[in-house]
Design a protein around this ligand. Sequence first.
Ligand SMILES: Nc1ncnc2c1ncn2[C@@H]1O[C@H](COP(=O)(O)OP(=O)(O)O)[C@@H](O)[C@H]1O
Ligand code: SF4
Ligand SMILES: [Mg+2]
Length: 355
Amino acid sequence: MHAIIRCQGKGLLHMNDDPRKPIMSLRNVDMYYEIKRGLLKQPARIGAVVDVSLDIHEGEVLAVVGESGCGKTTLGNVIIGMLKPTRGQILYNGKDLSQMTRQELKEFRSSVQLVQQDSYAALNPVKTLYHSLCGPVLHKKLARNKAEALKMVHEALDMVEISHEELDKYPHELSGGQRQRILMARAILMRPKLIVADEPVSMIDVSLRISILNLMAKLNKTLNIAFVYITHDFGTARYIARNGNICIMYLGKMVEYGNVQRVLEHPSHPYLQALLTAVPVPDPEIAKKKRNLPLKSIEMPSVAAPPPGCRFHPRCPYSVDICETEEPVLLEHNEGLCACHRVKELPQWSLRADR
Ligand SMILES: Nc1ncnc2c1ncn2[C@@H]1O[C@H](COP(=O)(O)OP(=O)(O)O)[C@@H](O)[C@H]1O
Ligand code: SF4
Ligand SMILES: [Mg+2]
């Protein structure tokens, strides 16, 4: 079962049928960037995340999927508290981040960790791994002395399956896959409840990707760490989120949400259907059921000047008048949420092999 969040206009109806506690909740969150355009012009406003509401539960794996530029990294940075949203609330264990004391914010920053896409940029190139891993443990006073910090680091390395001898090395001496494991070790040393993993496998060899995904699954299962897995790739999203949830983003907005298997087997939003037609399927039974959904335009509009009404309307083959003027809201559909005026009347898709 999953959490159901319905947004209607500016209000939020919240119906939660997930028995697990939400550790993080986003309520109508906007994140606009302002770009200066000279002295006389108004700055341009880029809505990288617009009106997003989500619950992330203890031990949940939530996949956030969308094309490049749709706001995934911005959403991840808002979740970890690195970016302050321009509107809306971020709640951690029910407490608004903007109301937290310094001590509460400190605890929040340890509990919610980020694993970035570029593992090389995320590690200090002039420090050995020993310094990169023991340093934060000592700085945050998680260990009483260096010996205790080293013991904790060894345990974390065992968990991510990296040999203790690697501690004397510098980041450039490791492979991309090993560096990602070091980032996971650095994150788990902070004893997090949630890790936001932003495209963690997109810069490493295809042959190593599955082992990093399996490591994340192990950390999720053995340490009960929740993951927000950000990606543009449905295959890895389905693999890692398994029975978790998926959130599909388009130009800063969430357009579909629900259980990952259900959403990918019965996609409701025309944007998701169009994306899935572009993904090759090895199973001939499923391939037979795939329809072609030719878009009216392959060009992605600029997030700085999103189309009025439904942001997808200039590309959507099902667009009608209302789509050009009224923005659809997320409503319950097919045990999930979908933001499309015509979702109930459009042809239903089934990409299940057994039906
Ligand atoms: N620091 C920034 N200043 C201005 N615009 C930004 C900044 N970071 C991202 N953007 C813009 O916000 C949009 C969403 O970016 P991002 O969150 O990185 O998307 P994604 O991770 O899905 O590729 C893009 O149009 C991007 O150009
Ligand atoms: S609201 Fe209209 S334009 Fe948008 S996805 Fe639905 S049918 Fe297409
Ligand atoms: Mg990104």
